[in-house]
Design a protein around this ligand. Structure first.
Ligand SMILES: [Zn+2]
Length: 287
């Protein structure tokens, strides 16, 4: 592993292992208190999980007591069988995992699910790449589950696990560390990529925007972004999404009117050009 794949300290009590795009490994978080250590997301394989455990040993961080799963997607949960401690998730995540445990994960079964439309080609290809041998794959079902939120005191620092939902996955939860002013977001700000073309819906973006305005953390860590977001980055992110979402809501699928409106808004505000892909995502979200 290269130096940029090392576990590094990001605040008084938290650490992060950066994402690896080539294997779709998400960012993994660690919060260490005087009494216990908590991990955010289990990784996309037992190799990924073991790599994190080795990094914890290298930095002399106490062996973890808990792992929180931010949502059910394979890259966040397949490493869970490497951990011999309490697994925490939202109730819906637990239900998804129970279902996933009954599925056949062989190459032919994955190919068949892609053909039927119940799996996407990108995940199939990444699963084959990260886990060429899945014959011994095990699913651990969470020991502790919650519906709205759960707070864990690790000794001198606490983790507030909050369900937020959103377009990417209805079970998405975040982990907020109030003492350090940081939050691990999993994939909750990303589009839904599991139902055809990427999609955003205005309702979900409005909900998330209100939620994060109230949370008011200093720094946010998304699971597939190498760079964290400050509070002002997040405000700009929602500002752009809400504007595009509201224009699409007003003009429907009439792309010409949408683009014309956004271009004139752009000129009057003298700001950067709007992302055409985001317009498409909100149009896809209308169906
Ligand atoms: Zn995801």
């Amino acid at each position: 592993m290269t130096a940029d794949c090392k576990l590094s300290k990001i605040s008084d009590h938290a650490y992060c292992l950066p994402p690896v795009k080539e294997h779709d490994r998400p960012l993994l978080g660690v919060v260490a208190g005087s009494r216990a250590t908590l991990i955010i997301d289990a990784g996309n394989s037992t190799n990924h999980a073991h790599y994190l455990l080795t990094e914890l040993t290298n930095l002399a961080i106490a062996r973890p007591s808990y792992v929180v799963l931010t949502h059910w997607h394979w890259d966040h949960v397949f490493g869970s069988s490497a951990f011999e401690f309490e697994i925490i998730s939202h109730k819906k995540t637990k239900a998804y995992l129970k279902e996933m445990r009954t599925l056949d994960w062989s190459d032919s079964a994955l190919d068949q699910r892609v053909k039927e439309g119940s799996e996407i080609a990108f995940c199939r290809d990444m699963i084959k790449l990260e886990l060429p041998d899945r014959s011994q794959m095990m699913f651990k079902i969470p020991d502790i589950s919650f519906t709205s939120e759960l707070e864990i005191d690790l000794g001198g620092v606490s983790c507030q696990i909050k369900h937020v939902g959103g377009d990417h996955a209805e079970d998405s939860s975040i982990v907020f560390i109030p003492e350090d002013g940081i939050a691990f977001l999993g994939d909750c700000l990303y589009e839904d990529i599991h139902h055809g073309s990427p999609r955003y819906t205005l309702n979900n973006i409005q909900y998330l925007s209100d939620f994060f305005r109230c949370l008011n953390a200093d720094e946010y860590y998304l699971a597939h972004d190498k760079r964290s977001m400050t509070n002002s980055d997040l405000i700009s992110f929602f500002h752009e999404l809400l504007l595009i979402g509201e224009v699409v809501d007003k003009f429907g699928k009439d792309k010409e009117r949408i683009k014309k409106f956004l271009a004139s808004h752009n000129n009057s505000k003298n700001c950067k050009e709007f992302d055409g892909d985001l317009v498409d995502s909100f149009i896809n979200g209308l169906d």
